[in-house]
Design a binder for this molecule. Structure first.
Ligand code: MTE
Length: 318
């Protein structure tokens, strides 16, 4: 596996440097207004690489975790709409237009609607969440996400008592996402789901950035889900629709291989993937001789979430 380093691949090499600079300027200006609106002190000097500094920390953000180097996280991604190769998405995903962006919130809610992302953000408090992330392929990383509570967004739509599940749908743009023309493997658009109590849990966030900057396209810009106690494939990228449902939605990976990718997908070292063990993980960015990390049940978030599954046999709800 080859991980391109900062020297090997710069974002400014991928996009035309002028457009790249312009885009950053526009985003900075937009975010300046948003951040000012939320009352968060932010340093927006042009020389400052971070557009969000001094954000408050999410309730379960863990400051003692050492984030994986950003260049690794940005250049080793899973984005199957573009490619099955982890290094190619960095370049290919740049063709996805992410501005303007709107998100439909519908289903079992009192006030359904279609909202511009800017309008959603204006009503939310952006925070930094340093979380562990564990892919079902047995690699892991630590990412400082920038985002807001999913529960706080859902509450604004006033969920009905019949809302038991949440379905998330990614953007469908086959003209720029070439694999969406190929229906042989996965069904597009990419769909994921959560139970309502999982969606309302304070650990669950919608992220719009990472490492103090806006979300790179290859990592799911402009809006992605982060559920740190579940395998990475639940963390759906480029969300355009959030529907509250009575019944569990059919989800992309579960439909493709139900015995390999469960709906719950709670991280559990004791339940092996049919083709490999889940007992340990390779930490991205660690040296060749660094031992693998022992995977923790619920990725180490058991204290916060184990009670959600009190009545379930975790061996069956993988
Ligand atoms: N979301 C969409 N729309 N398409 C994808 O291919 N891949 C998933 C998830 N979200 C994926 C997606 C998988 S398998 C993983 S492990 C994570 O995104 C990876 O997130 P990262 O690329 O930011 O590390």
């Amino acid at each position: 596996m080859i991980i391109k380093t900062k020297q090997a691949i710069l974002a400014s090499e991928i996009t035309d440097p002028l457009i790249f600079k312009e885009r950053r300027k526009i985003i900075k200006a937009m975010m300046a207004t948003l951040v000012a609106g939320t009352g968060i002190a932010s340093s927006l000097a042009d020389t400052d690489n971070s557009i969000w500094s001094g954000l408050p920390k999410g309730e379960f953000s863990n400051d003692s975790l050492m984030p994986t180097p950003a260049e690794i996280v940005k250049n080793y991604t899973n984005y199957y709409e573009f490619t099955f190769n982890k290094k190619d998405a960095t370049k290919l995903a740049q063709s996805l237009p992410t501005d303007p962006w709107s998100v439909e919130i519908s289903g079992e809610v009192e006030t359904p609607g279609n909202y511009y992302l800017e309008d959603i953000l204006r009503q939310q408090t952006l925070q930094e969440y340093i979380y562990r992330f564990r892919c079902v392929e047995a690699w892991s990383m630590v990412v400082p996400w920038v985002g807001f509570s999913l529960g706080s967004l859902l509450k604004k739509a006033k969920p009905l008592s019949t809302a038991n599940f949440v379905k998330f749908t990614s953007v469908y743009r086959p003209e720029v996402m070439p694999n969406q023309l190929n229906k042989k493997m996965l069904d597009w658009p990419y769909v994921e789901g959560l139970r309502m109590d999982e969606a309302m849990h304070p650990l669950t966030i919608l992220a719009v950035g990472m490492y103090g900057d806006t979300m790179p396209k290859q990592n799911g810009a402009p809006l992605r889900l982060v559920v740190p106690w579940k395998y990475g494939f639940k963390n759906i990228k480029a969300i355009v629709k959030i529907e509250l449902l009575k019944r569990p939605p059919t989800t992309t990976w579960n439909k493709f291989a139900p015995l390999e990718y469960g709906f719950y997908a709670n991280i559990n070292p004791a339940v092996a993937h049919p083709r490999w063990s889940q007992s340990s993980e390779r930490q991205l960015g660690s040296g060749l001789f660094t031992p693998r990390r022992e995977t923790e049940i619920f990725n180490g978030y058991g204290e916060q979430v184990a009670s959600l599954y009190n009545n379930m046999d975790l061996r069956h709800f993988f």
